[in-house]
Design a protein. Structure first.
Length: 220
């Protein structure tokens, strides 16, 4: 069970310091890259990610909510991100994007929005290291968890377990103390939590609490 806090609800004016608040407790730091085209919000791009990665030690989990990941995704891997996830809805050639990310040295992930059927990514499973099931509409933090996405998580876990490859199942959106157990029970093993972590008085302690809840729910 891995926790990947999202900085979307952190103080972006001191991004490196905000990452350090969770660095000892978390497995990844989740960086939401938005271009105000694929989603209706604008955060930061490759130059900010490159600068941040020079100042932190925790591996970066980059979630690209951008148009044309075919062009841009490999650059985030080349910059040192440990995992780069692109949206299948935005990619012209998803298989090539996944291969390019891996060739640049990162784990490759593919994401689907709530309205996208799981069948759109099922055949990519041999080519990716992670499938991200969005449990909110991508673009803004602090949204309510969409429990109706849990069947997608179950389907992703079923296919991952039946395959010959080790594919992580990630959930992102509305994940917190009240919802993480549902996600873990459905088969997720990587959890993105933004507002739940950074709006907590002790973000690192919240990371540990979320991990414990996920581990408890996943026990047979």
């Amino acid at each position: 069970m891995q926790i990947s806090p999202s900085v979307l609800n952190a103080d972006l004016s001191g991004l490196a310091d905000e990452v350090r608040r969770v660095e000892a407790a978390a497995d990844w730091i989740h960086l939401d890259v938005m271009d105000n085209h694929f989603v209706p919000n604008l955060t930061f791009g490759l130059p900010v990610v490159e600068s941040l990665l020079r100042q932190i030690t925790i591996p970066a989990d980059c979630h690209l909510m951008i148009d044309d990941p075919d062009r841009w995704a490999p650059g985030f891997a080349e910059a040192g991100a440990g995992s780069v996830t692109f949206h299948v809805e935005a990619a012209r050639k998803p298989r090539m994007v996944a291969r390019d990310i891996r060739a640049a040295g990162a784990r490759a992930g593919v994401a689907i929005k709530p309205g996208t059927p799981f069948s759109e990514v099922a055949d990519l499973m041999p080519l990716v290291d992670m499938i991200l099931v969005m449990t909110v509409e991508p673009g803004f933090g602090g949204q309510s968890f969409m429990a109706e996405m849990l069947p997608k998580v179950r389907e992703a876990r079923r296919l991952a377990d039946a395959s010959d490859v080790d594919v992580w199942i990630q959930v992102d959106g509305g994940v917190g103390p009240d919802t993480i157990e549902q996600c873990a029970a459905a088969g997720a093993d990587v959890f993105v939590a933004g507002s739940a972590v950074y709006r907590s008085p002790d973000p690192a302690m919240m990371v540990e609490q979320l991990r414990a809840s996920a581990e408890n729910a996943a026990r047979p």
